[in-house]
Ligand binder design. Structure first.
Ligand SMILES: [Zn+2]
Length: 118
């Protein structure tokens, strides 16, 4: 299977993790999210394909990436909420601007967890 390097243009280089009391922390998306793999070398990651789903209130983009280090495939799922509202329990303007959420999934679409915001 040949990769599609230009899919990197579709992937933000970073996401933001919300820390309870100390603001936001930046995390690189140029890494393998599969369990037991510590690959953080973008040269060992190969984007394979993109899938997009559009509905009334969400735009979902899923990009499959092959890791050359563990030979696994994972997916980054970018979910953008179209109607952005500030959470009812928050007075923080930053929360209202958190429009996109990124998740990691394995090859079989099992959720590996919420990574952060983009
Ligand atoms: Zn890996």
């Amino acid at each position: 299977m040949s990769g599609k390097e230009d899919l990197w243009n579709e992937i933000p280089s970073h996401a933001w993790i919300s820390l309870a009391r100390s603001g936001m922390e930046k995390i690189s998306l140029d890494q393998c999210f599969l369990k037991g793999c510590d690959n953080q070398d973008i040269k060992l990651l190969l984007p394979l394909e993109k899938e997009e789903i559009e509905n009334d209130d969400k735009h979902i983009k899923i990009i499959s990436i092959e890791c050359k280090k563990c030979s696994g495939i994972f997916k980054l799922k970018f979910e953008t909420i179209k109607k952005v509202a500030r959470p009812i329990n928050s007075n923080n303007d930053e929360d209202a601007l958190s429009m996109g959420i990124v998740y990691a999934m394995d090859e079989d679409d099992n959720n590996l967890g919420h990574i952060g915001y983009f």
